[in-house]
Design a protein around this ligand. Structure first.
Ligand code: 5RP
Length: 225
């Protein structure tokens, strides 16, 4: 099975969990695209759901498929949030934000009764941190935050587009990708980063997901927190 086939498989499996009348949060990234497309197909087949997206890109895709898109103000309580991850470790501790949507992803996830992760098996890791940890930062605070994260040993690099221009999130902030492998104590790392003034959010999602659907050669496996 290719990675794309694995993503399509979990996307469809996650869409099958959505029930009529549910309020659903939509994640961001290539696996979430597969989920949103599968959900769109169910909506076209008559399923009634209202959704909130974690990025402008996911919102646009979902609207193009005829999904009823709302704001968090309209739909502050969600039944489900379904999203991908960059790394998944024991207890469903996650690194997210490779696609730059970590802030809105964490906000939408926090509004949901249940957060289900969808991923292919390459995302499973013994320890978090090989994937650079994204940290979203207010632009004005960038020089200060960069120095402080560096002092914490987190080796931050400013995220740029391929053409060298500054990467900006949907909220107009910048991202520092931190090469902090290995993260031996994720809660401590999260607290250290959160304590830096000017940091808006970080990509450690701890104690948030309750179930991960992981696609591998043997099909989809369920991992619980
Ligand atoms: C975006 C994310 C994504 O969920 C994460 O990067 C995984 O993406 P993909 O499904 O494309 O591998 O956190 O900010």
């Amino acid at each position: 099975m290719t990675q794309d086939e694995a993503k399509a498989l979990v996307g469809e499996r996650a869409a099958a969990l959505v029930e009529d009348g549910m309020a659903v949060g939509l994640g961001t990234g290539t696996t979430s695209v597969m989920f949103i497309k599968a959900l769109g197909a169910r909506v076209q087949g008559g399923l009634s759901v209202r959704c909130v997206a974690s990025s402008d890109a996911s919102d646009k895709l979902a609207r193009s498929l005829g999904i009823d898109m709302r704001t968090l103000a309209e739909l502050p309580e969600l039944d489900l949030y379904i999203d991908g991850a960059d790394e998944i470790a024991a207890g469903l501790a996650l690194i997210k934000g490779g696609g730059g949507a970590l802030l809105r992803e964490k906000i939408v996830a926090s509004a949901a009764k249940s957060f289900i992760v969808v991923a292919d098996a390459t995302k499973l890791v013994a320890h978090l941190g090989k994937f650079p940890l994204p940290v979203e930062v207010i632009q004005m605070a960038l020089p200060l935050v960069e120095r402080k994260l560096d002092a914490l040993g987190l080796r931050p690099t400013l995220r740029l587009h391929k053409d060298g221009s500054l990467y900006l999130t949907d909220e107009g902030n910048v991202i520092l990708d931190c090469a902090c492998e290995p993260i031996t104590d994720p809660a401590r790392t999260a607290a250290d980063i959160r304590a830096v003034v000017g940091v808006v959010e970080h990509g450690l999602f701890l104690g948030m997901a309750s179930l991960a659907l992981i696609a591998g050669e043997d099909g989809v496996a369920e991992h619980r927190a």
